[in-house]
Ligand binder design. Sequence first.
Ligand SMILES: Cc1cc2nc3c(=O)[nH]c(=O)nc-3n(C[C@H](O)[C@H](O)[C@H](O)COP(=O)(O)OP(=O)(O)OC[C@H]3O[C@@H](n4cnc5c(N)ncnc54)[C@H](O)[C@@H]3O)c2cc1C
Length: 315
Amino acid sequence: MTGGSGNNSLMDLAETLRRRVGGEVLVREPLARHTTIGLGGPADLFVRAMSVEDLRQVFLFAGEHNLPVTPLGCGSNVLVSESGVRGIVVQADGDLQDLFIEGERCLAGGGCPLSRAISETARAGLAGLEVLYGVPGTVGGAVVMNAGTRNGCVADTLESVTLVGRDGSVRDASAAELGLSYRHSALQEQQGDVFVAQAVFRLRPEDPAAIRERIARYADARRASQPLDWRSCGCMFRNPESDSAGRLIDAAGLKGLSEGGAQVSDRHANFIVVSPEATASDVRRLAEKVRRLVQERHGVTLEYEVKLLGEWPDE
Ligand SMILES: Cc1cc2nc3c(=O)[nH]c(=O)nc-3n(C[C@H](O)[C@H](O)[C@H](O)COP(=O)(O)OP(=O)(O)OC[C@H]3O[C@@H](n4cnc5c(N)ncnc54)[C@H](O)[C@@H]3O)c2cc1C
């Protein structure tokens, strides 16, 4: 689907899909533009879904044409290969970024920036989401990843979600159905078959000034511990049971280790940061080297927290 005639058929597919969705449909859109690390090849088709109906149409169209679907939030927890992603990459826009506050509940679209959900609920005197302060990304991505910090995680306040499925179905699911645990939800096993269109959080009333004060503390702690001046996709690896991946990498003496334009951060060893000339392959090669050396030195196999999207040669 990527050669000369492939491009023509992509154009045809895009044209057909444009008649079914309200949002933009782009052909061979570079995903480097949509990831915090600024790397990644093209998506065959890239759709900005404006509504639940757009999401339904994308999934139904994908089913009719036998195309894989990859949901994307802010791309802050993904590493996309240089060859990019086949099929349709879909991002939430329009109505899917809406946010409503109803009593002690916050209803946020899957594409709503998490930072906005945090600031608006804090301003409304609703506490709970501020524990996620500084986590980049969307509400949908945060639910899928059960994003969290040392102060709490999505699971603490998530009440329910609205899911759009590959068969075009729209259904509500309670947080309990999502199997949320450390940086994990059951939605990760359904990658490409389901899209988080909305999340409902149950929060608790508190003085906005007290919430703001906590946010300021969290912001200071984050600035002190993370390499925020560099492009990255956050923590590369999950923390193993009762240890920290960053500590293991640091203790193995790997801070500063590099491959091409990718380097293990000397501020936070679980971050791989990149300079402008880096490629996604540099990052993957470095990550694999780190895994090998941590295995040799500590006998621990690190698992990726970052989602690897696209085609990757076996490492
Ligand atoms: C500087 C930096 C700091 C970070 N700090 C933290 C931290 O403290 N704690 C933490 O937990 N994470 C952290 N992260 C990682 C990342 O921000 C979180 O995992 C975030 O929740 C990902 O959201 P996203 O919208 O960017 O998702 P993406 O990275 O776009 O996607 C992540 C996964 O979710 C899927 N997905 C995304 N949106 C949807 C949707 N609406 N429906 C279905 N599937 C979807 C994607 O297919 C992919 O598999 C950090 C990242 C960076 C770059």
